[in-house]
Each structure stands twice: as structure tokens, then as C-alpha cells.
Design a protein around this ligand. Structure first.
Ligand code: SAM
Length: 228
């Protein structure tokens, strides 16, 4: 799968996308994520990409032409058929189900807004879908785009060690995931603690058992140790 992120801050995105699981997945070629700087398509000598909103009001709005030209370059003049998602607090809230559906597509383009957002004509003319990551407002679409790219990438074959890693997780089905414990280490430590107490201070265990303080797990370990 290829994901192009159209942004005014590619370095911000690259910093995240080069690390950890996603960084390794990109290097291994399991996912092809690229960042494109919308400012490169400003088309004016001051590289301006924003403008005052029509009719006044606070803040600036991202102009449509740099976004159109950037998108045209990403889609190679329309030769590549892509699904363009605009990250916006006005979009449909992202769910794991939508992440799964999007992970089955081949070419996604994510548009990050900034300032007061993008000129409405962009949404009307080229955006296929508007996605929000929650009912709150951020300064830009970069974090939402990274959240989307991350959640999609980890569902692609090869990115995680095995499929169970996400099929057993919260929101994949109708259940949340079971509580996670670093079972071996915790159990081993508990076994050691019970064994040491039995060896050095059996009276403490007897007192705990009598007062009902001994947990079920400690009792199990104690019974095994006593049988040895
Ligand atoms: N004026 C816009 C409004 O009220 O709907 C908010 C613009 S916000 C300050 C700037 C950009 O951040 C948006 O264009 C969008 O790309 C991104 N953004 C902010 N909050 C978001 C959210 N909850 N989900 C997705 N994108 C968000």
C-alpha cells in the first residue's frame, strides 16, 4: 500500500514515520509512506499558501491552488487513482472498522489542514472522505494523519509479527482486550517471594493465611511448594 501525506510540515511527519514499527515497516517495504510539501506548489515567489477568509473572520485559510497542484503531482496528473482523505474535526470519527476497510485500499492520500482549514472548494471538488480523530480541535492535520497512517499500517501483512497481534486487540471485534500482565516475570517473582518467605519466615505466611490476606495465587504457589 502507498500512503501520501500532503502537509505543510513534512519534517514533523517524517520524525514520527522513521521510528519504531512504522519506520521498520517502511524500510522493509511493507508500506510505502511518502510526505509531500504543499508549499512546494505555492506557485508564487513568497511561497504563500494561505489567504484571508472570504467575508472576513479570524485566522487564515489554505488556498486551493497549491493543494490542487500538489494532488495532481501525487496522482501523476490523474493517472494514479487515489482515495483522498481530508483530516478535519468536521469529519466522521475514525473507528477500527474504518481503519480495517482503508487498509484494504491501495493508494491513499491524506490531506493535512492548518490555520482555519482548507478552502471549501477543495473539499467539494477533490476530497473523497473527511475523517476526524475525535471531538476536539488540534492546530493541524499532521497528528491526525499520522494516527491514521499508523493505525492502517499495522494492519498490513508483515508489519506486525503475526496477525493475532491485532485480531485479539480492543475494537477488532466486540470485546476489549483482556488485561495484559508481564506474566512470566511477575509469576516468577511471586514464586520466589513465596518460596523465600516459606524458607525464612513461615510464620508470616501462616499469619497471612489465618487472616485471609493470602491471595489465591499465593496459596496455589504455597501448596505446590509444600508438596515438593
Ligand atoms: N476551523 C476548523 C473547524 O472549526 O472545523 C478547525 C481547523 S484546525 C484549527 C486546523 C486543521 O487541523 C484542520 O484543517 C484539520 O486538518 C486539523 N484537525 C484539527 N482537529 C482535528 C481533528 N479532531 N481530527 C482531524 N483533523 C483535525
Amino acid at each position: 500500500m502507498r500512503i501520501d501525506i500532503m502537509t505543510l510540515f513534512p519534517e514533523m511527519c517524517e520524525a514520527f514515520l522513521s521510528e519504531s514499527i512504522i519506520g521498520r515497516a517502511r524500510e522493509a517495504g511493507y508500506v510505502d509512506i511518502r510526505t509531500v510539501n504543499i508549499r512546494d506548489y505555492a506557485g508564487n515567489k513568497h511561497n504563500r499558501v494561505d489567504d484571508y477568509p472570504y467575508g472576513g473572520g479570524t485566522g487564515m485559510v489554505m488556498q486551493p491552488n497549491p493543494i490542487y497542484d500538489c494532488y495532481r503531482a501525487v496522482t501523476e496528473g490523474g493517472a494514479r487513482k487515489c482515495h483522498l482523505i481530508y483530516l478535519t474535526p468536521q469529519g466522521k470519527t475514525l473507528t477500527q472498522e474504518r481503519v480495517r476497510e482503508l487498509s484494504e485500499m491501495d493508494d491513499l492520500v491524506l490531506l493535512c489542514g492548518h490555520y482555519e482549514g482548507v478552502d471549501e472548494r477543495v473539499i467539494e471538488e477533490i476530497v473523497d472522505e473527511e475523517i476526524s480523530i475525535g471531538d476536539y480541535v488540534l492546530t493541524g492535520g499532521e497528528l491526525p494523519a499520522l494516527i491514521l497512517a499508523d493505525s492502517i499500517s499495522r494492519m498490513l501483512p508483515g508489519v506486525l509479527a503475526n496477525e493475532d497481534a491485532f485480531t485479539e486487540e480492543s475494537h477488532y471485534g466486540h470485546l476489549l482486550e483482556y488485561p495484559q500482565y508481564t506474566r512470566k516475570v511477575d509469576r516468577w517473582r511471586l514464586e520466589q517471594a513465596v518460596a523465600r518467605t516459606l524458607e525464612r519466615r513461615p510464620d508470616m505466611l501462616e499469619a497471612a493465611e489465618a487472616s485471609g490476606e493470602l491471595t489465591k495465587e499465593e496459596k496455589e504457589i504455597l501448596d505446590v511448594l509444600k508438596d515438593m
